[in-house]
Write a protein that binds this ligand. Structure first.
Ligand SMILES: CC(C)(COP(=O)(O)OP(=O)(O)OC[C@H]1O[C@@H](n2cnc3c(N)ncnc32)[C@H](O)[C@@H]1OP(=O)(O)O)[C@@H](O)C(=O)NCCC(=O)NCCS
Length: 208
């Protein structure tokens, strides 16, 4: 990744920067319905994402957000991951850098497992996840679930145990704003329920 891209933790104060990134995102809706296609749904989704346990963004030298990764806790010690990089900034290592930082901070926040759902033909996401240690859990209806245990070896080498004591706003059901609501529990793919990110495996994937 180019040295002029900065990876930083973000939260609600960066909502407008994220809206700017996602309003120009292409293609919308391609990642199992995400980012949402309508502005209202997209902006609500961004607000919800910023309330989750870990949010990291990649900033350009001009201060624009060009990539975003977040972890949404579904139960204590476990969270779903999503990562998005602006179309003109892809294939430069930004997605990998975002994922690495999100997993490091997820572990520091007490997570032991991170999982993701993607379409079976999303080569970019699958390559990114599997090359960073995610393994296949199950696949059904053209969607694939992958997961990884934390800490991952490459993160553990760089992290210090005391970092686990840092506060990242809490995790799991203990902290308001970080809880996955009862209307969006994690279910297995075969149950066709929405995932923690609001992804419905029933939605027809439309990959760019
Ligand atoms: C998936 C996504 C985040 C990858 O971001 P990125 O910044 O381009 O990824 P990176 O440059 O860090 O590349 C990471 C790895 O994926 C590979 N990769 C990236 N894009 C790829 C593509 N289109 N086809 C095949 N491999 C690809 C890279 O070669 C690299 O592998 P390597 O490290 O083994 O060489 C980006 O394509 C994206 O935003 N896609 C749309 C949203 C989406 O599908 N998100 C996933 C939801 S879980």
């Amino acid at each position: 990744m180019k040295a002029d891209i900065q990876i930083q933790a973000i939260g609600p104060p960066q909502r407008d920067l994220l809206i700017t990134m996602y309003d120009r995102f292409d293609p919308l809706g391609a990642a199992l319905g995400l980012p949402p296609r309508t502005a209202e749904a997209r902006h609500n989704w961004i607000g919800s994402a910023l309330g989750q346990i870990v949010n990291v963004a990649a900033f350009s030298p001009a201060g624009e957000v060009v990539g975003h990764c977040f972890l949404a806790a579904d139960k204590p010690g476990s969270a779903e991951m999503a990562v998005f990089v602006r179309q003109e900034s892809r294939r430069r290592g930004i997605g990998a850098a975002l994922l690495k930082k999100a997993l490091e901070w997820g572990w520091a926040a007490g997570l032991g497992r991170v999982w993701a759902v993607t379409a079976y033909d999303n080569g970019a996401a699958l390559r990114l996840l599997m090359s960073r240690g995610f393994r296949l859990v199950q696949s059904a209806s053209a969607v694939v679930e992958l997961d990884i245990d934390l800490p991952v070896p490459w993160a553990a080498r760089e992290m210090l145990q005391p970092l686990r004591d840092l506060s990242f706003g809490g995790h799991g059901e203990d902290v308001p704003g970080c809880t996955i609501g009862p209307d969006s529990p994690r279910r297995t793919l075969s149950s066709a329920g929405k995932t923690a990110l609001g992804i419905s495996p029933d939605e027809q994937p439309r990959w760019g």
